[in-house]
Design a protein around this ligand. Structure first.
Ligand code: MLT
Length: 306
């Protein structure tokens, strides 16, 4: 009977699916890297979210391992090259949390446009600063999507509903699909120059690392806003800090950071920055979806090789 280790906090529904499918499953979230390395040799499958780093060392300590399942979208916590070299299949769940993440980006957009976190803190502090918080309307603004895949396309749909003008840069987006989504396909530099708000929905790869470089950040429109619910490494954080501090950008909403957990950052000192701790996929619905999907996919693979 194939054995599966779940080393991150996955919905209990996943454990049940593995059991129902006849697999032997151990649910051990919170183990230290060395502790996982010590036991991984006993398992055929490893199910993770983002806390477990599936490094070369871990893969080398796992002679039986056939599959790593990532309950979520980004697989940047898995060393794919080492996994592939050892014949270990890496699978993700590209659809399960897409709506939830898109909704978080939209929530961040409203939070930024109306300074809701600061206004809430000020009101709770008894200040009633009615004149301090002057927002901007979203209707009619140009939203620039960097990445228009599973998540970006849902953001586009919601933004169209808000009567925004949506433009998108995505090398994999066809003209036909862009028309279906109601977005204008543009090159990255055109998007940077035109967008009032830019939202990132691209994976973190060698090609996309620092895609919002210093040069591009300072090429954004004066008074523009940035939302990042994708990956911290997509943005030059130091340049972003400078652009926000100097007033070149009006604000940024960040769910992800170059180093996570992010417990300290110059960005935290700025009033025009809204931050959340990588909550993009954090809804009960999305976590249930990704847990069920990863358990089904891994079970299919381990039981049938398909
Ligand atoms: C993902 O890649 O699925 C999201 O960033 C959510 C997560 O990492 O938990």
């Amino acid at each position: 009977m194939p054995r599966v280790l779940i080393s991150d906090k996955l919905s209990p529904a996943a454990v049940q699916i593995f059991r129902d499918r006849g697999l032997d499953v151990d649910f051990k979230p919170g183990l230290k890297p060395a502790e996982i390395r010590e036991i991984i040799g006993e398992y055929d499958g490893l199910a993770v979210r983002s806390a477990t780093k599936v490094t070369r060392e871990l893969i080398e300590a796992a002679p039986r391992l056939r599959v790593v399942g990532r309950a979520g979208i980004g697989v940047d916590n898995v060393d794919i090259t080492s996994a592939t070299a050892r014949g270990v299949v890496v699978m993700n769940t590209p659809f399960g949390n897409a709506i939830t993440t898109a909704e978080h980006a939209i929530a961040m957009m409203f939070a930024l446009a109306r300074q809701i976190p600061e206004a809430s803190a000020s009101t709770k502090a008894g200040k009633w600063e009615k004149n301090r918080f002057m927002g901007v309307e979203l209707t009619g603004k140009t939203l620039g999507l960097v990445g228009c895949g599973n998540i970006g396309s849902i953001v586009a749909d919601r933004a169209n509903g808000l009567r925004m003008k949506v433009i998108a840069f995505d090398p994999f987006l066809s003209e036909k699909r862009a028309v279906e989504l109601g977005v204008e396909k543009v090159e990255l530099d055109a998007l940077i120059a035109r967008a009032d708000i830019i939202t990132l929905h691209a994976p973190y790869t060698e090609q996309t690392r620092n895609i919002l470089s210093r040069e591009r950040i300072f090429a954004m429109k004066k008074g523009a806003r940035l939302i990042n619910c994708a990956r911290g490494g997509l943005v030059d954080e130091q340049a972003l800090f400078e652009a926000l501090q100097s007033g070149h950008l009006a604000g940024a909403a960040l769910d992800v950071f170059e180093t996570e957990p992010a417990t300290d950052s110059p960005l935290f000192t700025l009033e025009n920055v809204v931050c959340t701790p990588h909550l993009g996929a954090a809804t009960t619905e999305a976590q249930e979806n990704v847990a069920l999907q990863v358990a089904e996919q891994m079970s299919d693979f381990l039981l049938t090789g398909a």
